[in-house]
Design a protein around this ligand. Structure first.
Ligand SMILES: Cc1ncc(COP(=O)(O)O)c(C=O)c1O
Length: 394
C-alpha cells in the first residue's frame, strides 16, 4: 500500500535563499574560498546586554512555559515603544509575541485568510509571503512594481489587483529584496483602498530601523484611521542582530490578537522564555548601539554602490533601506547565461560568490546582494563579479 503525504506538502519548496546559503557553506567546508552575499542577517554579534539578560534569566529559573502570547512585561514594553514612537494608544493585549516575524506573518494569514481568498503581494517580494499565502489556502495576486518605477506600486496597479475576493495586502517597507522604501503617500493610498474595499493590511516593517535617507514611513503613522484593519509586524532579528533568538511580534486589533493567541496556543505555545527576556532588554536598549549598526550598514551601502557603479551596463537602483542591493544584470544575459538563475549558479560555481537570483522574488533579471558582510568581503566579492562579467560579456 502506498502511503502519501498531504496535498499541502506539494506547496512547500525549500527556501531558495537558505538553499544557496547551504550550498555556499558546503563549498566552503570543501575548502573553496566562497564569499557569501546571500545571507539575510546582520553579521554583528547580539549586543552583550541582551545576552546577559537572557543568561541571567536562565540562571534565575526563567526556563518554564510563559503565557502563549508572551510575558506581560514584554508585551507592555512593545506596546509602550509603539505608542511613544507613533503617538498611538495600543494596549499590551493587542500584542502577540511569536517565534520570529516569519511566524507572526504566518499566524496572521492563518487567522485572516479563508480558502480561495486573494492576497495582494507587491513584487519583487520576500518569497516567504507567497508560500505562506498558499499554505493558508489563499490565492496570491501579484502587482509588479519594477525598478523603473522605483519599486513603488501605483494606485492604478493596486486598483487593478483588487477584486471582491481580496482579503489582504502584504506590504514590506523597507523591502527585502530591493531595499526600496515606500513613501507615506503610497501607504495612504493603500490605506484608502483597504478601507473602501474592506481588506486587511499586513505591514511587515522588520527593517524599519535600517533607513538611510529621511524617516521611515509607517502605516502606524496613519493612526486610528486604519488601526482596525492593520496587522503591524516587527521583531528583533534585524535591528538587534538577533536572528537566532526567534522573537517577532504583531500589533493588531484585539479580536485578531485573541485569535492568533488561541492558534499559537495549539501550535507552538510561547516563544522561548529566556529569549523573550533578551528581547525585553533589546526593546529597552539605548538608541546609540542601534544607530551605530545603522551607520555601519550605511557606510557599506555607499561602498558597495560605488563598486557596482563601476561595472559597465549594470543597472543599480539605489536602495534606501534594509541591507540589500538589487541590481539588474540583464545586459549581461546571453545564450550561455540566459537568465538570473543561471547567472547566480555560474557566479557561485565559477566566481565563488553566492548571490540570490531575483526570480525567486519575482524580480527576474536581478540578483540580490546582501551587504551585511565586512567591507573586505564586499570589495573582493564585487571584484570577482566584475571579473566574471568581463569574461562572459555577450
Ligand atoms: C521582509 C522580512 N520579514 C520577515 C523576516 C523574518 O524575520 P524573523 O527572523 O523575525 O522571522 C525576514 C527575514 O529575512 C524578512 O526579510
Amino acid at each position: 500500500m502506498t502511503r502519501t503525504l498531504a496535498q499541502r506538502t506539494q506547496l512547500l519548496k525549500p527556501s531558495p535563499t537558505l538553499g544557496i546559503t547551504a550550498k555556499a557553506a558546503a563549498m566552503k567546508a570543501d575548502g573553496k574560498p566562497v564569499l557569501s552575499l546571500s545571507v539575510g542577517e546582520p553579521d554583528f554579534n547580539t549586543p552583550s546586554e541582551i545576552c546577559e539578560a537572557a543568561i541571567k534569566a536562565i540562571e534565575s529559573g526563567r526556563t518554564k512555559y510563559t503565557p502563549s502570547a508572551g510575558i506581560p512585561e514584554l508585551r507592555e514594553q512593545i506596546a509602550g515603544n509603539y505608542n511613544q514612537r507613533f503617538g498611538q494608544q495600543v494596549g499590551p493585549s493587542q500584542v502577540v509575541v511569536s517565534c520570529g516575524a516569519k511566524h507572526s506573518v504566518f499566524n496572521a494569514l492563518t487567522v485572516l485568510v479563508d480558502p480561495g481568498d486573494e492576497v495582494i503581494l507587491i513584487a519583487p517580494y520576500w518569497m516567504t509571503y507567497k508560500d505562506q499565502v498558499l499554505l493558508a489556502g489563499g490565492v496570491p495576486v501579484v502587482v509588479h512594481a519594477d525598478a523603473d518605477q522605483g519599486f513603488v506600486p501605483t494606485r492604478e496597479q493596486l486598483e487593478a489587483a483588487i477584486s471582491p475576493k481580496t482579503r489582504a495586502i502584504i506590504v514590506n517597507t523597507p523591502s527585502n529584496p530591493t531595499g526600496a522604501t515606500l513613501p507615506l503617500e503610497t501607504l495612504e493610498t493603500i490605506a484608502q483602498l483597504a478601507d473602501r474595499h474592506g481588506f486587511w493590511i499586513l505591514s511587515d516593517e522588520i527593517y524599519d530601523r535600517l533607513v538611510y535617507q529621511g524617516e521611515h514611513a509607517s502605516f502606524a503613522q496613519l493612526g486610528s484611521k486604519i488601526a482596525d484593519q492593520m496587522i503591524y509586524i516587527n521583531g528583533c532579528s534585524k535591528t538587534y542582530a538577533m536572528t537566532g533568538w526567534r522573537i517577532g511580534y504583531l500589533i493588531v486589533p484585539k479580536p485578531v490578537a485573541q485569535a492568533v493567541s488561541n492558534f499559537q496556543d495549539q501550535v507552538t505555545s510561547n516563544p522561548t522564555s529566556f529569549a523573550q527576556v533578551g528581547a525585553l532588554a533589546a526593546f529597552r536598549m539605548q538608541e546609540q548601539e542601534v544607530e551605530a549598526m545603522r551607520q555601519e550598514f550605511d557606510t557599506r551601502r555607499h561602498h558597495v554602490l560605488g563598486l557596482l557603479g563601476e561595472i559597465p551596463d549594470l543597472q543599480v537602483p539605489t536602495p534606501n533601506g534594509a541591507f540589500y542591493v538589487f541590481p539588474d544584470f540583464s545586459a549581461y544575459f546571453s545564450k550561455a547565461i540566459p537568465d538570473d538563475l543561471t547567472l547566480a549558479e555560474k557566479l557561485l560555481d565559477e566566481a565563488l560568490v553566492a548571490l540570490v537570483p531575483g526570480s525567486v522574488f519575482e524580480g527576474p533579471g536581478h540578483l540580490r546582494l546582501s551587504y551585511a558582510v565586512s567591507m573586505e568581503t564586499l570589495t573582493q566579492a564585487v571584484e570577482r563579479i566584475a571579473e566574471f562579467l568581463r569574461r562572459n560579456a555577450p
